[in-house]
Design a protein. Structure first.
Length: 397
């Protein structure tokens, strides 16, 4: 592609955004395999443990809409530069810190700065990518979430559970990569002011109501809430569920939990390619979501490790990571052009609101009922309800 007489390869943009997601998801998944260690070290019940995880996602969620508004006005690239430079500092302080109260505060800052990424990044890629490659390219970018989730699991498993280092140590590994991503966005990726008409006709924040009055967008926001709620029940509580309720050895937890992101890789690329070719987003959503819900119920009730692994592979293939590129493309097609970043930030705001609620509510249900299975069942029910709302709105439209 050519911008202001300078050539930019869209593959550089996709690659940089891909590695950005690897970094952010590695950070957010480091804690999950070591939750049992943290719980015993600080004598936390499941509710408090879920709250510890939710701090990150609370600040992440609160950052969504402001980051979209700021990016629409100041430019996506500036916001992305702030995101990764600050993220490098947070990882450094988290890795050196040993105080639980300070750790909670740093989790909040990590969520805040990570929350600057979603809307500006997808807005930048949507504007710069060729139209016939947008869904596929977003699927490639999204696959960074899968790699990052797996990397976070494996870092904690290797450094903490196997090598017996401090559970803070994996955060230090992410400092240098954070700086590298900052440099890549700053030096390689074109600025928003080089995009034609990018800063023209930007609506004021008071016109955000136009997004919330768009029934198609609201249906996609609600569906994203249900999808991400289920996803964060899985990635937050699965390692502890495997250890405490299925007696899986700790050395295997990281690998088994990684089945979800690895199974998602071929699925998201295949479905995105087909969607780009046949423009059938709604059709694939109606197939993927019921299968996702059934697979979650299967994981919750399976007794053997083989059946649990099968359920996780099915969920990974048909679940949240495969849905993301479709929902992003759906919002891109239905959002006002001059509010694209804000609409994408709203999509993620609704979704990540579920990430705040899911760890905490699942912990509360586990304390009340003595099992985490109830939390998995609720996640499956919400998926079906979200799909029903989406289908109803599609028919109305």
């Amino acid at each position: 592609m050519k911008i202001n007489n300078r050539n930019y390869s869209w593959t550089w943009l996709v690659g940089t955004a891909f590695f950005g997601w690897i970094l952010l998801y590695s950070n957010r998944s480091i804690l999950n395999p070591v939750m049992d260690i943290v719980q015993k070290q600080y004598s936390l019940n499941n509710t408090k443990l879920g709250l510890l995880t939710s701090v990150y996602f609370l600040t992440y969620t609160l950052a969504q809409i402001p980051s979209g508004l700021l990016a629409d006005r100041l430019g996506s690239k500036k916001i992305l530069n702030i995101c990764f430079l600050a993220f490098a500092l947070v990882n450094l302080f988290t890795g050196l810190n040993q105080n639980i109260i300070l750790f909670i505060a740093l989790q909040g800052f990590a969520g805040l700065f990570a929350g600057l990424y979603y809307g500006p990044q997808y807005s930048l890629t949507y504007r710069l990518l060729p139209e016939n490659k947008r869904t596929l390219a977003n699927a490639i970018i999204n696959s960074g979430m899968a790699f990052g989730l797996s990397l976070g699991y494996l870092l904690s498993t290797q450094l903490v559970l196997i090598q017996k280092l401090s559970w803070h140590s994996p955060y230090l590994v992410l400092v240098i990569p954070s700086i590298i991503i900052f440099i890549m966005f700053k030096k390689i990726i074109p600025s928003d002011d080089k995009l034609a008409n990018n800063n023209q006709n930007i609506e004021s924040p008071t016109k955000m109501t136009t997004i919330f009055k768009n029934k198609k967008l609201m249906a996609s926001f609600i569906l994203n809430f249900a999808s991400i709620y289920a996803y964060f029940v899985i990635i937050t509580w699965l390692p502890k569920f495997l250890i405490t309720e299925r007696n899986v050895p700790t050395s295997q937890v990281g690998w088994i939990s990684s089945f979800v992101p690895w199974a998602a890789l071929p699925s998201m690329l295949l479905i995105a390619h087909i969607s780009d070719k046949y423009k059938s987003i709604n059709f694939y959503l109606k197939i993927l979501i019921p299968i996702s819900a059934v697979s979650i119920l299967f994981v919750a009730n399976a007794k053997s490790l083989e059946l649990i692994s099968l359920g996780l592979l099915i969920y990974g293939f048909f679940g949240k990571l495969a849905l993301d590129p479709l929902l992003i493309a759906y919002v891109g097609k239905n959002a006002p052009d001059n509010q694209l970043t804000s609409a994408l930030s709203c999509l993620n705001f609704f979704g990540m609101s579920a990430s705040v609620l899911a760890p905490l509510l699942t912990g509360i249900l586990a304390d009340l009922f003595g099992t985490m299975k109830i939390g998995f069942w609720l996640a499956a029910i919400l998926l079906i309800l979200g799909l029903i709302r989406f289908i109803w709105q599609s028919q109305q439209s």
